[in-house]
Ligand binder design. Structure first.
Ligand code: UD1
Length: 376
């Protein structure tokens, strides 16, 4: 009989690293487990991956599948092919996946078919919008997983309504907030120097002062894959920069589209628009913490802004984080409403709120307790 429980933790893309970091730290304190960290290589470069490992003190992955970028199907298939070999070699007791990226679904599918116990952290999250690859990843992952770790009770209800056994559902809170809460001291110290530390600055950037700038992040296919929509969006942001400077860290997918559509020159037309490459974790949360608002289409950032109580304008028709709307500082808006919403914020009428009480920075400890129970 094995003395330790062997568990593979999977991380593949930027949002995964922020979740895996506090979990790895907590799990490694515990002699009960032997952990193997597998990086699928879905995100692979300095800005999207390495800086997160360094800044969040994530141990060097034990195995890197180095799959790189490809279409949805090819990337998923490559991960499965390579992860199957890892499972066969390592023969783990369990595989834990996080979030909703292609690495999540690929590894859970592979492990399930090898009859390895599977655990999904961030289970029961739904946008009910199958145009998002992430929604398909979530539904499929939860349909085959053995154990479900959730961030808030609404996710438990969704899983139960889908027929999951409630004894296999464990509400532990949000790991992203463990990371955020754990770095707030660093953030406060760091922000005046932020511009010196910013990565790959495309246009010159001077720190305009706390709460004197807004931020935008966009990368969802629905917002960036259509030339007219993206063009229109940058024009809207350009108009906003006449009222308040806006910092725009550009996701590689968005930059690729901007170049493909031949609209990169637009950046030069707006003096108040400060464009950077993707920012590392500490730079990003430092800027976010100092900013007056965020315009975004991201998932996890909706929770982070609610926790920081910064108005978040989410340019989507739906959200997988409903508590950020009902209790937090998040609003779903159309592009046509962005300027009016920013005016409201600048007039002191922005939405304020707080993230769910389950985002208390102690999720990793609760998860490790659950893992000990279910894998014993
Ligand atoms: C993925 C996730 C999304 C998450 C996002 C965060 C899926 C289905 N989507 O979307 O949920 O919010 O990551 O970033 O898994 N690229 C680089 N360097 C990298 C990685 C990617 O330059 O390290 C470029 C590639 O040109 C690639 C493009 O970014 O084609 C998109 O990357 P990919 O990981 O395929 O999907 P994302 O759109 O980033």
């Amino acid at each position: 009989m094995r003395s330790k429980i062997k568990i593979i933790l999977v991380a593949g893309a930027r949002p995964n690293f922020v979740k895996i970091a506090p979990l790895m730290k907590e799990i490694e304190k515990n002699t009960f487990f032997e952990t193997i960290l597998v990086h699928t290589g879905q995100h692979y470069d300095e800005e999207m991956s390495e800086v997160f490992f360094r800044q969040l003190n994530i141990p060097e992955p034990d195995i890197n599948l180095e799959v790189g970028s490809a279409s949805q199907a090819v990337q998923t298939a490559r991960i499965m092919e390579r992860f199957e070999k890892v499972c066969l070699n390592e023969n783990p007791d369990a595989v834990l996946v996080v979030g909703d990226v292609n690495s999540t679904i690929a590894c859970v599918l592979t492990a399930s078919k090898l009859h390895i116990k599977t655990i999904h952290y961030e289970a029961g999250v739904r946008s009910y919008d199958k145009r998002m690859p992430e929604e398909i990843n979530r539904i499929v992952t939860d349909s085959i997983c053995d154990y479900f770790i959730t961030t808030s009770p609404d996710a438990d209800e969704i899983l139960i309504s889908e027929g999951k056994n409630k004894d296999n559902i464990f509400m532990c809170g949000n790991l992203m907030i463990d990371s955020l809460a754990g770095h707030m001291n660093t953030v406060t110290d760091l922000y005046p120097d932020i511009m010196l530390l910013g990565g790959d600055i495309v246009s010159p950037l001077k720190y305009p002062g706390k709460k004197k700038f807004g931020m935008i992040t966009i990368h969802r296919p629905v917002n960036v894959d259509d030339k007219e929509r993206l063009h229109n969006l940058i024009k809207v942001i350009g108009r906003i920069t006449k009222k308040i400077p806006v910092v725009f860290p550009v996701h590689p997918r968005t930059l690729k589209k901007i170049n493909e559509f031949g609209i990169r020159d637009m950046f030069d037309q707006f003096n108040g628009l400060f464009v950077t490459g993707p920012l590392g974790y500490l730079n990003f949360i430092s800027l976010l913490n100092s900013s007056k608002f965020l315009i975004s289409d991201s998932g996890g950032i909706q929770e982070e802004t609610s926790w920081l109580n910064i108005p978040c304008l989410t340019m989507r028709e739906n959200t997988e984080w409903p508590l950020t709307i009902s209790k937090g500082s998040n609003k779903l808006i159309a592009i046509a409403d962005v300027e009016d919403e920013v005016d409201l914020i600048l007039n002191g009428k922005g939405k304020s709120g707080k993230a769910s009480e389950y985002s208390d920075g102690k999720s990793a400890a609760r998860i490790v307790k659950v893992l000990r129970e279910i894998l014993n």
